[in-house]
Every structure is written in structure tokens, then in C-alpha cells.
Design a protein around this ligand. Structure first.
Ligand code: NAD
Length: 291
């Protein structure tokens, strides 16, 4: 058996095209969605992410506002910019690119963003809303994983799901989303005992660790759906947390790296900006973009 390839790149392209259609419809009603991205410092990887976010934002017809601040910016100056964006009706979504320089308090900065404009879903209110089943802004990477899982499996109810990784950005919100879809969820991490044995029980296995090819073939239950969030730069290029070549003959379906979860993250950022725009204008949430 060879696993079905879950093509995140194609799915994300379809999603962006649908978002572009909805943006056109909003513009016809005089509503122009806008996303502001703030980059502090010159981290090269962050600069690449910010550039491609801006490009994709413009491609779906949204307004993109980029703010670049020097690495030695005072936290109060960043907070003043966030306050200005919070109060700007042309800005529906605000994203502060992480990581921030060391002299800044990341939580204080994220929690200064108006929760309804927090398209990354990292504000403490959105974290709480997601955990309690209320209408929230949901972090983009796990939202993208959920969309791929639903598309492939349909109903996730009663499935055994194992999420490897407990970060606030991926692992924890992923677990919350799977729980919300009535999966039975286990969160594994660096102190988990017998990780291979635990993973072998999973119908859905999500790897979000940052260790190249950690998930081996004998960690995977035959037929399981494997979602590889990992992005690791190695001598052989970009690889995931899953040993793709070894796992593909065992799994039922698998996301590749690159071309799996990665493209879904930016598409979901645009989806969240569309949702935030709809909510700001008293319109119903666009269908299928929120959990
Ligand atoms: P993180 O470093 O914040 O968290 C990693 C988690 O893995 C931790 O909870 C830790 O407990 C766990 N872990 C570490 N070693 C382990 C081990 N040996 N066994 C089991 N668990 C272990 O990372 P993150 O921000 O959650 O990102 C995880 C990976 O996903 C990284 O490769 C990152 O680049 C990638 N990522 C991809 C996207 C995307 O768009 N595709 C988005 C965010 C992160």
C-alpha cells in the first residue's frame, strides 16, 4: 500500500482562489479587507515570511500594510503602532512577526492587539475562546491542518489522534481543534515515554517538533493519516519531522514537506483576515473557514 498524498499546495491554491472571489464580492459592497504585518528587526527568515505574506495578501485583492521597525525599537513605540492599527478601520487583521527582539515581552505585545484583529490567534482571549468552544481567531497552521484532515477524512469523531509537540503556536491549538471535532486526543512531547508505541495507536498523527525525519515507519499504524508540520533545513534540503520515504508505504495518507502544511499556513492567514473583515462589518462568518 502507498499512502495517498495530501496535496496542501493544491488545496491552499483553491482556498486562496475562493478567498479572492469573496474579496471581490466584499469590494462590490464597498468593503476592502486589509492586513497589517509588523516586522521588528532584520531576521532574514522573518523578512522572507513577511514578503511572501504581503505578496499573497495582494494576490487575493486585499490591502497589505507592511511596517518595518529597527531591531532596537522601544517596546512602547511598537505598542503605539499596534494601538494605531487597532484603531484604523482600514486594517482588519494585524500580525506581529515572531520572534521579537529579546528586549521585548512577546506576550505583552501580542495581547496588545485587538482580539478581533488578531489573525494569528495568539491573543490570550482567542486562546481561551478556542479552549472553551467560543467563536475565536484560530492559529493559522493548526487551522490549515484541520482543513486538510476534514477534507481527507470527513468526520474526525472518535478517531484516536496523537499530536507530537505542545507549543502554543502549533501543538496545543491543534489538540484543541481535534478535541472540538470529537477526536480522542493525546499530546506527546519531549518527556513522553514510549513515543513510538503511543504513535502506533494513532489514526491521526500530527508531528510538530522540529526534528528532521524523527517519525519512523514503525511509529505509524498502517492506514493512519500523517500530518507533518515540521520544517527542517538540512544538507539534503527542506525535510519534515516524518521520514517521508519510509512512512509513505505504511500510512493511509500523508502530507509532503514541502507542499503539505506550509502553503496552508499563509492561506489560513488570509482566511482569518477575511473572517475578521466579515465580523467587523456585521456579516456572517464565511463558510468553512472557521472551525
Ligand atoms: P517548538 O520548538 O515551539 O515546539 C516543539 C515541541 O516539540 C515542544 O513542545 C517539545 O516538547 C516537542 N519535542 C521536542 N523534542 C521532542 C522529542 N524528542 N520527542 C517528542 N517531542 C519533542 O516548535 P513549533 O513552533 O511548534 O514548531 C514545530 C515544527 O513545526 C518546527 O519544525 C517548525 O519549523 C514547524 N512549523 C511549521 C509551520 C508551517 O507553516 N508548516 C508553522 C509553524 C511551525
Amino acid at each position: 500500500m502507498t499512502a495517498t498524498l495530501i496535496d496542501g499546495k493544491a488545496f491552499a491554491a483553491r482556498l486562496r482562489s475562493r478567498i479572492a472571489d469573496e474579496v471581490t464580492a466584499l469590494k462590490a459592497r464597498g468593503i476592502a479587507p486589509g492586513l497589517a504585518v509588523v516586522l521588528v528587526g532584520e531576521d532574514p527568515a522573518s523578512a522572507v515570511y513577511v514578503r511572501s505574506k504581503g505578496k499573497m495578501t495582494r494576490e487575493v485583492g486585499m490591502n497589505s500594510y507592511e511596517h518595518r521597525l529597527p531591531a532596537d525599537t522601544a517596546q512602547d513605540d511598537l505598542l503605539a503602532l499596534i494601538d494605531q492599527l487597532n484603531n484604523d478601520p482600514a486594517v482588519n487583521g494585524i500580525l506581529v512577526q515572531l520572534p521579537l527582539p529579546r528586549h521585548m515581552d512577546e506576550s505583552a505585545v501580542i495581547n496588545a492587539i485587538a482580539p478581533e484583529k488578531d489573525v494569528d490567534g495568539f491573543h490570550i482571549l482567542n486562546v481561551g475562546r478556542l479552549a472553551t468552544g467560543q467563536k475565536a481567531m484560530v492559529p493559522c497552521t493548526p487551522l490549515g491542518c484541520l482543513m486538510l484532515l476534514r477534507d481527507h477524512l470527513g468526520d474526525l469523531s472518535g478517531k484516536n489522534a496523537v499530536v507530537i509537540g505542545r507549543s502554543n503556536i502549533v501543538g496545543k491549538p491543534m489538540a484543541q481543534l481535534l478535541l472540538r471535532d470529537s477526536a480522542t486526543v493525546t499530546v506527546a512531547h519531549s518527556r513522553t515515554q514510549d513515543l513510538p508505541g503511543l504513535c502506533r495507536q494513532a489514526d491521526i498523527l500530527v508531528a510538530a517538533v522540529g526534528r528532521p525525519k524523527m517519525v519512523a515507519a514503525d511509529w505509524v499504524k498502517p492506514g493512519a493519516v500523517v500530518i507533518d508540520v515540521g520544517i527542517n533545513r538540512t544538507d539534503e534540503g527542506l525535510v519534515g519531522d516524518v521520514d517521508f520515504d519510509a512512512v509513505q508505504p505504511v500510512a493511509g495518507a500523508i502530507t509532503p514537506v514541502p507542499g503539505g502544511v506550509g502553503p496552508m499556513t499563509i492561506a489560513c492567514l488570509l482566511a482569518n483576515t477575511l473572517t475578521a473583515t466579515a465580523r467587523a462589518n456585521g456579516l456572517p462568518d464565511p463558510q468553512g473557514l472557521t472551525p
